[in-house]
Write a protein that binds this ligand. Structure first.
Ligand SMILES: Nc1ncnc2c1ncn2[C@@H]1O[C@H](COP(=O)(O)OP(=O)(O)OP(=O)(O)O)[C@@H](O)[C@H]1O
Ligand SMILES: O=C(CO)[C@H](O)[C@H](O)COP(=O)(O)O
Length: 300
């Protein structure tokens, strides 16, 4: 699909590393002088933190499944609308979900508000004249009854560490940056499991490219791991959906030559050392972003 206003989405579970991958995209955008409109997936949650706690207690009392991973707790129709509207007009509305006091302080000073962590900022217009919409969050590739977000993304990238590693990353991040206890984080992981299987995982069959980090150190019991395995203690499997290599003109021979110690593990996958993930992303994604921007200019 080529569009006047391209939409790029990075999707992954909580703790997968989508914020980390967002930084790789930011480098590409800044180097290539591309102005993105950045949208964080959490801003499409349906509830603020207090209301979410109440809705969760209600659901629990009724024996219903309910979590931040599923459609009941998110505005998937609004997210699809944003992708579609941006694709057509280059506009749309966005807001922020304030996870921490630091995020609240940053946006309160920008907006002159007095919002607390766990609240949303008011909806605001996306700045005019951006080159690309860049979404980072849990749900860039969801499809379900009444919504098809995946169909509105021009480039969909999955960030999917192997599950044990994803949990280790989530436990560390939620504890260090969001102040949650290890027990509370494990409860959240357990509660979200049905929605993880039904709404998070299926997205990774719709993505153009998945980056899957796999540790090379023992993570058999992710709940007692003291440290997140480092990039050097991991490999990254880069998988292209059938047809994606052709669509984006990706030449595996070139990549294998340019990335030391990389190898093909299947006709559609190459494997790189964890420390080379950022480099590999830039090599693969920069020409794709160029293509999107060239197509945009052809239509303008
Ligand atoms: N490639 C990586 N190598 C080492 N550590 C990583 C890597 N990717 C992510 N991490 C670590 O994992 C933790 C979670 O990463 P990040 O905050 O990017 O997750 P996320 O997918 O954005 O989660 P959420 O959607 O819940 O905000 C962070 O502590 C981060 O430093
Ligand atoms: O990981 C998450 C989604 O990516 C968070 O759990 C979600 O955004 C809600 O945050 P909080 O529990 O801090 O209110």
């Amino acid at each position: 699909m080529s569009k006047r206003h391209p939409v790029v989405a990075v999707t992954g579970s909580s703790g997968a590393g989508t914020s980390t991958v967002k930084r790789a995209f930011e480098h590409i955008f800044s180097r290539e002088k591309i102005t993105p409109a950045v949208v964080e997936g959490d801003s499409y949650h349906r509830f603020e933190r207090m209301a979410m706690k109440e809705a969760m207690a209600d659901a629990l009392a009724k024996g219903e499944n309910f979590s931040h991973f599923g459609p009941e707790a998110n505005l998937f129709d609004k997210l699809e609308e944003l992708f579609r509207t941006y694709g057509q007009t280059g506009g749309g509305k966005k807001r922020y979900y304030l996870h921490s006091t630091e995020e609240a302080a940053e946006h309160n000073s920008r907006l002159g508000t007095k919002l607390d962590p766990g609240q949303f900022t008011p909806w605001e217009e996306i700045p005019t004249k951006t080159d690309v919409l860049f979404y980072e969050g849990l749900h860039g590739g969801v499809v379900g009854d009444g919504y098809d977000v995946a169909a509105c993304a021009d480039l969909l990238v999955g960030v999917v560490p192997i599950t044990n590693l994803e949990w280790i990353q989530k436990i560390h991040r939620d504890n260090a940056e969001r102040g949650y206890s290890a027990e509370a984080i494990v409860d959240t992981i357990l509660r979200r499991m049905p929605d993880y299987i039904n709404h998070i995982c299926p997205q990774f069959s719709r993505t153009d490219i998945n980056f899957q980090r796999v540790p090379t150190v023992d993570t058999s019991n992710p709940f007692i791991c003291r440290n997140i395995p480092t990039p050097d203690e991991s490999f990254v499997i880069i998988h292209f959906r059938k047809g994606a290599r052709e669509k984006w003109g990706i030449d595996f021979g070139d990549l294998l030559n340019m990335i030391n110690d990389s190898f093909m593990s299947s006709p559609t996958s190459i494997v790189v050392n964890g420390g080379k993930m950022g480099f590999a992303m830039e090599l693969i994604l920069t020409p794709i972003i160029h293509r999107l921007i060239e197509d945009k200019h052809k239509l303008s």
